[in-house]
Design a protein around this ligand. Structure first.
Ligand code: PAF
Length: 313
């Protein structure tokens, strides 16, 4: 028994040293396990959980950028192991063209996940995720009825379907989501409550280009001219904070919409200032401590979203 304990400890130390050396040499992808089936995923995660390791999970739809990598870095800091998924979920696309044109860059994604120190990458097929059509309808309530929920019917139900499946498959302690999709985080928290998952939902700050444009997988579809104009969305939102408590909620709302629409290339789909806790539009600043302005803008056929917090001046 003593000998086997010695071997176990020696193996663990070798494993740790190799991992450290690979990471230092930026050869992390050599230690990352890529799995494509639920069975493989469950046995890989199960083995690590059996050793008592905590699991952080970063679900993605691929086309990875530094925003995703910041989620992975946070997950690595908080957990013993990190699982990331890459799956373009058809049930959350209410527009078939958006699904068809969504960028798919599997090879580059795997390299980035490996370099970022992900332990297990899950890349399932549609058949693997949905052997049967998912007909579940989640009672997501008011958080899912406004803004994205109103503009993209069925979108949040699709997000709830895929994220609840992924949570059940991975069984993480914590899951990481970017605040660019601010409303999505509220919807996922509601889904977690409905399904009774014991998972900590960690909201991470928006990552931006140097010129302020929020990182998004859709940015690659912008023409050079549209890309030049796009940072004005963030600039206008940022400037609108000067009017927090000075102008009324509706005046700030109108100011932002008019300023963005002043660019002939851009068209605001909605700009709503909501209570960060329940996503409901407010009329008075005094209605909540944390107000968030959420915007969706079309640049040609590229739909960009962004948001700004009005409480942290
Ligand atoms: O935010 C996304 O990329 C997706 O909505 C998510 C959470 C990975 C579910 O498909």
């Amino acid at each position: 028994a003593e000998k086997s304990l010695f071997f176990d400890i020696a193996l663990l130390i070798t494993d740790l040293l190799l991992n450290f050396a690979f990471r230092k040499a930026k050869l992390c992808y050599l230690t990352m396990k890529i799995v494509r089936t639920v069975n493989e995923l469950k046995s890989a995660v199960g083995a690590l959980k059996a050793e008592g390791r905590s699991v952080g999970f970063v679900p993605t739809m691929g086309a990875l950028h530094d925003g995703h990598i910041s989620l992975i870095n946070r997950a690595r800091a908080d957990n013993d192991i990190v699982v990331a998924s890459v799956f373009v979920n058809p049930t959350q696309f209410n527009n078939p063209d958006d699904l068809r044109t969504y960028p798919r860059t599997e090879e580059a994604d795997c390299a980035r996940l490996g370099d970022a120190g992900v332990d297990i990458a899950f890349l399932p097929s549609v058949e693997e995720m949905y052997p049967e059509p998912d007909t579940r309808v989640f009672k997501l309530g008011p958080v899912a009825e406004v803004m994205e929920g109103a503009m993209r019917p069925g979108h949040f139900n699709g997000v709830a379907q895929v994220v609840s499946r992924l949570f059940a498959m991975v069984g993480p302690d914590r899951a990481y989501f970017g605040e660019k999709d601010f409303q999505q985080i509220a919807v996922i928290r509601r889904m977690v409550e409905l399904e009774g998952f014991d998972i900590d939902i960690v909201a991470c700050p928006i990552k931006r280009e140097a010129d302020g444009l929020a990182l998004s997988s859709r940015n690659v579809r912008l023409t050079p001219h549209q890309r030049d104009i796009a940072p004005n969305i963030h600039r206008i939102l940022e400037e609108s904070r000067d009017y927090y408590l000075v102008l009324s909620v509706d005046e700030v709302r109108r100011k932002v919409i008019d300023a963005v629409n002043a660019y002939p290339e851009m068209e605001v789909e909605y700009y709503d200032i909501v209570n960060a806790d329940d996503m409901q539009p407010i009329n008075e600043w005094s209605q909540c401590a944390d107000a968030v302005g959420c915007i969706t803008v079309y640049l040609g056929d590229v739909r960009l979203i962004d948001n700004i917090k009005y409480n942290q001046l």
